[in-house]
Design a binder for this molecule. Sequence first.
Ligand SMILES: [Zn+2]
Length: 357
Amino acid sequence: MQKFLFPGYTIGVDAYQDIPTVCVPHGRKAVMIGGKRALAAAQKDIEQAVEGSPIKITGVFWYGGEASYENIEALEARPEVQEADMIFAVGGGKAIDTCKVLAHRAGKPFFTFPTIASTCASCTSLGIIYHPDGSLNEYSFSKIPPNHIFINTQIIAQAPEKYLWAGIGDTMAKHYESTISSRGLSPEHTDACGITLSAMCGGPMVKYGVEAMKACKANQVNDALTEVVLGIIVSTGLVSNFVQVDFTTGLAHAVYNGFTILPEIEEHHHLHGEVVSYGILVLLYVDGQKEELAKIWKFNRSMGLPTKLADLNTDLTRVPLVAEKALKGIDVRVYPYKVTEQMIVDAITALESYTPD
Ligand SMILES: [Zn+2]
């Protein structure tokens, strides 16, 4: 039984200085592939970091704007990509996942350079593939995570803070969803490690979230920002690598999926992690975790994350639709009790007039 779970990582304002030491054992020729804004933010710093080292950047390419097989094939056709010893994946989740699946198919080592901290994509082996129109195509499962993650906190501090903000919501869900989904079962060693590790996706977000947001707004790096970025990228990514898919999702994501049926969510540009953070309140209410609900409700308020439907530009008349759609996916397939539409409706209704004691 061979398991590939741990990517190495370097974090800090000088994280890129480690590139030659880490990458030279894997070859000489690297292609850099990323998002347009990501390349504008990081390309020069990466090039400077490898200057005078044996690593040569033999090509720099835009990933194509969507993590699709069409874009992966277009990149595969490039001679620089075919001849490269390794791939440098630069950007947010979609750019990283494009490179990840490209590297998996080509059997090449890949290194990630997250330029925003909104998801754990730069740490995980899983690739999420979309159709060219942006709709979900499939999950590309693999056991191979990136060889190393280079997390330049200065670049992340300069990105719009909304990504960090939403990333915090998504990260916290990992803790509640994996602990509830696995409750009453006897997960084997790897799953159990991941579920235990998921505690690092909860507490540190509450402890450092507000200070981290302040730093990101001011484009500055502080210890709180570093802790939160590690939580969003590394803690969550490791949980995802360790834990089987049944335990990595749950009611917060089911509720998110429910809200995707409402056009107002898209129209008002509510982010995935933002809606998920509201889903956590529903999850905690349904699960009867009163103290935790009060804590996270207050945290959401202090962060400007949603606590009621108006924060998501919708209202109670829409909730039956949301509840129906929420249970159509696989998110609560493995759960310690049967979640019903009525439970979701009751929780959301109660949250509308909820205040912690
Ligand atoms: Zn999520």
